[in-house]
Design a protein around this ligand. Structure first.
Ligand SMILES: [Zn+2]
Ligand SMILES: [Zn+2]
Ligand SMILES: [Zn+2]
Length: 108
């Protein structure tokens, strides 16, 4: 499994900020190329501004399933609510945070 930075509290990438049953993904940040469990972990550990993935880059593998270690592309992740490999459920509430990680249309 790729290294996950930040304040993780277990091996499934839960962190001090988000550690519910389904908080099992980490996201690779475009700015530094590192996996963090959440944007708060990123901001506490790094001193640069976050850069979001643009739509042209949504085929990049940038979402890590903390349950099985599979790396999803952003497109795969945005179109599922579970891991496409191990079927572990992802937190549907994460969609509220998509703008912190991914480019979103302004007219949506
Ligand atoms: Zn960064
Ligand atoms: Zn965190
Ligand atoms: Zn999985």
């Amino acid at each position: 499994m790729p290294k996950v930075y930040g304040q993780t509290v277990d091996k499934e990438t839960r962190c001090v900020h988000y550690h519910g049953m389904t908080d099992i993904i980490a996201i690779k940040f475009k700015c530094c190329g590192k996996y963090y469990p959440c944007y708060k972990c990123h901001d506490e550990a790094e001193d640069h501004e976050r850069v979001v993935w643009t739509k042209e880059e949504f085929d990049t593998k940038a979402v890590l399933c903390g349950h099985c270690g599979y790396e999803l592309t952003i497109n795969e992740y945005l179109n599922t609510d579970q891991c496409v490999k191990c079927q572990a459920a992802f937190n549907p509430g994460c969609s509220l945070h998509y703008p912190f990680y991914f480019e979103t249309s302004k007219d949506e």
